[in-house]
Structure formats: C-alpha cells, structure tokens
Design a protein around this ligand. Sequence first.
Ligand SMILES: [Zn+2]
Length: 257
Amino acid sequence: MSGSPSTPRCTATKCHYCRRGRNNLCERWAAIGVTVAGGAAQFARAPVANCVPLPEHVRTEDAALIEPLSCAVRGYDILRAELASHVLIYGAGTMGLMMLELAKRTGASSVDVVDVNPERLATARTLGCTSAAESAAELAESGGRPRGWDVVIDATGNARAIQDGLERVGRGGTFLQFGVADYVARATIEPYRVYNQEITITGSMAVLHSYERAAELFAAGVLDPEVFISDRLPLEKYPQALEQFAAGIGRKIQVLP
Ligand SMILES: [Zn+2]
C-alpha cells in the first residue's frame, strides 16, 4: 500500500475549494509528514481514501517515488501536453528528471534540460533528453530553438532561472511554475508579449487526483528507481542523509529503518 500525502480533513461542506474539486487549493491543506506529524515512522495512519494498493512487483521502498511522481502528473494535467512539443526544463534534480520522463511519454519532439550542475546534466543525458546544457542561452546559441520552446517548465524555484525561462517561451507557448520559489522571489513579465504571442503562464501545486495514475505509471516502469533513488542509507546515517541533501549531492536520498 502507498498513501497520498493530502488528507481529506477538510469536509466538502466547509471549504470553498474542496467543494469545487480543487482539493489541492484547500484552505485547510494538510499533508501527512509535512504539516501533519506521522510520516517518519514504522507505521503511518492514513485515511483509507488516500491509500492505493500496489502490485506485488513494486518494492515498498521504491514506491516512495510515487508521491513526487504524482506532483509531476499534476503538472502535466495543467500543461495538457500536445504531441510534438518542444520542451525546455530548468533543473535536473528529481523533479526536473521526472518531468523529463513524462515529457518523453507525452510525445514531445524534443526535451532540453538546463542545470548548473554537470553531474545532474549527465543524468538527464542518461535518461535520454535531447540536449542538456548549463544555460538555455547555450542551447539557443547552438541553433537549438530559434523560436523558443512550446513548453518551458521551471523545476528549480530559482528566480534567475524563472526569469530566463519566461523569456524562452515561444509564440503560443506555456510556462509552468513547477518548482517551489521563495515567497519573496519576483520575476518580470512582458504584458505586451503575453498578449501578442498568446503566452500562458501557469503553476501546478502538489497533487490533485493524480496519485492513483502516478502509481499506475510507476508500476508500469515509467521511472527507474535505481536512477531516482541515488542513495539508500541505514537509519543510523540519518544525519549524513540530511547533510548530503543540504549539499545538493545525489537525487532522492532514502533512509531505511
Ligand atoms: Zn478544503
């Protein structure tokens, strides 16, 4: 079994957004292990409605990847991806790489990845991105996409990357804010270009009716757990796991009890 982090604590009669089926925008948002205690334990209590049975061949520890994957599925729900799109992803951490895997599944013509970390770019290449570079300018200079990209996804939350990404969206294209930016981060838009080139700027927050689909995709092998979980450490190495995460080394770091 695997559990979605969002809990239906909010009853449909109380919250404006839940009544409209926009549960991820709930005014009483609660996530097990995030805003509700109980995630880092041998057993966690979750509402039955949030539980998804997994097929035998899925290892429980690998299934930890379903939760972030369900956020990526939500991102693609927002994008309503079209076949043959040219996609640019900022950030080749776990989330950016998941967006890469899903972009391939949605029939993108090309998927380019930008990251400042060469090791992460190497992983993006291993997973089959079209090109990977330290900046979108580098991709554009090499003659990559003179018209910009149909879909630009920020999976960094970094204000500079976001600003750069907004400027790389081609005519009729879409910018998806997928990374979590700092509250105080700001970026500038060009209203004339948004109007004249019919550019969509949108965002995707956590999960919405996407967990079960993510579990199915995962069971079908959309992600290679050995790539996405870069480190599996025993419980006594929890401090090392935290240090490694803070230093930005590796991808998902798993602590096994
Ligand atoms: Zn609600």
